[in-house]
Design a binder for this molecule. Sequence first.
Ligand SMILES: Nc1nc2c(ncn2[C@@H]2O[C@H](COP(=O)(O)OP(=O)(O)OP(=O)(O)O)[C@@H](O)[C@H]2O)c(=O)[nH]1
Ligand SMILES: [Zn+2]
Length: 523
Amino acid sequence: MLFAGPDNHLLEFVVFQSSFACAVLTVISRIIKMYQGIEDAGIKRLWKRTALVFAASYLLWNIDFRLCDVMQTLPLGLWNPQLHAVWHVGAAVCSYMSALLVCHNRSENMGRQPVMRYGDDLADEDRESRPRLMLMGLRRSGKSSIQRVVFHKMSPTETLFLESTSKINKDNIHSFIDFQVWDFPGQMDFFDPAFDTTAIFGEVGALVFVIDSQDDYMEALARLHSTVVAAHRVNPNITFEVFIHKVDGLSEDYKIDTQRDIQQTTTDELADAGLENVQLAFYLTSIYDHSIFEAFSKVIQKLIPQLPTLENLLNILCANSGIEKAFLFDVISKIYIATDSSPVDSQSYEICSDMIDVIIDISSIYGRAAIGAKSQGYLDDQQNAAEDWTQQQDGHNDDEDPTGAQRSQENHSQAVVSSGSRAGSIDNQSTSQSGGNHEAFSVIKMGNGTVLYLREVNKYLALICLLRAETFEKQGLIDYNVHCFKEAMDQVFELKRAERTRREMEANQMLEQQHHNGMYGHG
Ligand SMILES: Nc1nc2c(ncn2[C@@H]2O[C@H](COP(=O)(O)OP(=O)(O)OP(=O)(O)O)[C@@H](O)[C@H]2O)c(=O)[nH]1
Ligand SMILES: [Zn+2]
């Protein structure tokens, strides 16, 4: 029957319709696939609006087509609204938007930093001048695991199920300082001309190169070398950090040997390339212990402009209060952003970071229970953690439910006691209380005569001090000094915030003058 028509009208119809349908379905399925990979909420919103406009236009086209007679004889002498023309305009808008969004997606995948602006709505906030930290290294070296464990509280064993990264994964960290972590796919090829080295390395603060020490690392070293050479050429200010990773499987001796070998080979090679003045810092890391947090602490500290001020403040605090060691911790990631200038030994770092775990566990279990929170999924992400930390304070001050608050107080000491028996070194004289002034405060006395003293500094930061029990007898003095320290800290960060707001306003004004809408490529 298909071939029966006198001039093959039916065949033509079927061939046209089916090939058209195939094309449409392909486009739709590819767009859906791309859409699923988009993380930016603003871009997603744009896609949704585009789809909506398309659906509406299509509806109007159908009305015009099917109800043509009605449209031509509208009551009350109304004119035909010419919905077919409206459909054309709508379809044009959608084509334009889709092309733009596909371009955006493509250039983002290539590592450029495109920004979409429409009206006053800033769809993509990535391009702020916040410090950027890049994770690079061969495939399966552990980059994504590091990022998840440090910044998203993933448990190390869960990383076994991480899939290989296929595109640059940008992670905005909102904490005491806002910064970005970029997780690169291992198989990325910088020498591909599509890979824009200027855009990638131009604004980087630190480049973290991850080497799998359990594997043969010759290829990794070659890649490290070429990365350093390429990045240094574009931006001589990058700090290079080499994580000799997965050392949990290595013996103590072997660790040292590996580090020496890697350090020697890289510096020799760089010297041969005429780059002897490029400084690389080496760290032995593993996600199964504190080493990864400690290494990240040191990396991040280099990105904090106020570091000398903070160190100074901590030095003064320690000297005046007889404190042996003081850390300023970012509560959410458990990296310390500053410490006094006495040497850091891993043990004191570990015990302080464990203390944060204890406090956060307690506050997320009992602190939230006291204010009747429902969710157990605490610490899922940064925001939640920050909320927990602050909700805890609210919980302490909640006097609407005195029994609940009391219960939470009792449970506090119980929980600390049980965690003490696990650690074996904390005896049960722990106290946990809220200072009358809205802030988390906790003291743990340990069997060996050391006292751990924690006080919240602000939403993100906690001060943890290690001191001798004798010194702690003068708790009033310490409390007072810590109070002064907090005030000084507030000033440091307040100044910075004011400065940033001013800069942002200036930058916005400039951008507004440069363009009104459409795509604005960067780099
Ligand atoms: N033993 C051990 N294994 C680790 C460590 N860190 C990561 N791994 C494991 O290494 C494997 C690869 O980790 P990924 O984080 O996916 O590696 P990646 O570098 O992001 O890989 P690509 O995305 O392919 O570039 C996972 O199975 C992790 O569990 C570590 O410190 N010690
Ligand atoms: Zn990855």
